[in-house]
Design a protein around this ligand. Sequence first.
Ligand code: I3P
Length: 109
Amino acid sequence: KKGYVMRKCCLDPDGRRTSFGKRGWKMFYASLRDMILYLHKDEHGFKKGNLIENSSNAIRIHHSIATRASDYTKKQHVFRLHTSDWAEYLFQTSDSKELQEWMETINFV
Ligand code: I3P
């Protein structure tokens, strides 16, 4: 599964609240492969295989869980991703079908 999403960092991999200045929404071209959710700058970056090698742009989804963020009311079609290392992210997808597909892909790989 791949496609454009918006991502917001809420908790860092140590479980601490992501600091101010790093909590904004940012667009990425996401691709899921080998249990890793890669966040590329854009589709071109994905095709070139350019990966920004830091933890928030290559998220290990083994033992992660994606749930609908119905408590987050500022944007539509948002899911929350909890990782095994205590990070938490919000992802906004383009519509309810995309939302469902991303959550199922993450939860059932
Ligand atoms: C954040 C940015 C986010 C906002 C977040 C801010 O600032 O404005 O859009 O989240 O609020 O901290 P920065 O880019 O400087 O990190 P929302 O869009 O959800 O309001 P928060 O700290 O309450 O999460």
